[in-house]
Design a protein. Structure first.
Length: 111
């Protein structure tokens, strides 16, 4: 018997994102944000999903034209600063499975 080819459904990961207060206020969200992100789950994919769901955040985390991280924004993954890691780097399994959140931190400066 001929069977129709199986349809492959895209695998989506539920990513937990923690935003600093001023960005939560801007996006009008309370607490943690949960995003559905397709594989491969990278920082770039998470940031694109975040900006797609909350368009008001476009330009606050990354430059509109270059998509480079803003100077006073830091990204933390599994308690490590990933701010200088290339954004196409695949995130660790702990973040992809939702065990650990992807943290976006507003850096402080001054003296």
């Amino acid at each position: 018997m001929n069977r129709p080819p199986e349809i492959q459904c895209p695998v989506l990961s539920r990513i937990r994102v923690l935003l600093p207060f001023h960005l939560r206020h801007l996006a009008r969200v309370d607490g943690e944000v949960a995003l559905e992100v397709g594989a491969p789950v990278s920082m770039q994919a998470v940031l694109e999903a975040l900006e797609a769901r909350y368009p008001v955040l476009r330009g606050t985390l990354r430059d509109h034209d270059t998509l480079k991280r803003r100077p006073f924004v830091r990204f933390f993954v599994c308690q490590e600063d990933w701010s200088m890691v290339p954004t196409d780097t695949v995130l660790p399994a702990a973040v992809v499975t939702g065990t650990e959140p992807f943290l976006i931190i507003g850096a402080m400066a001054g003296g």
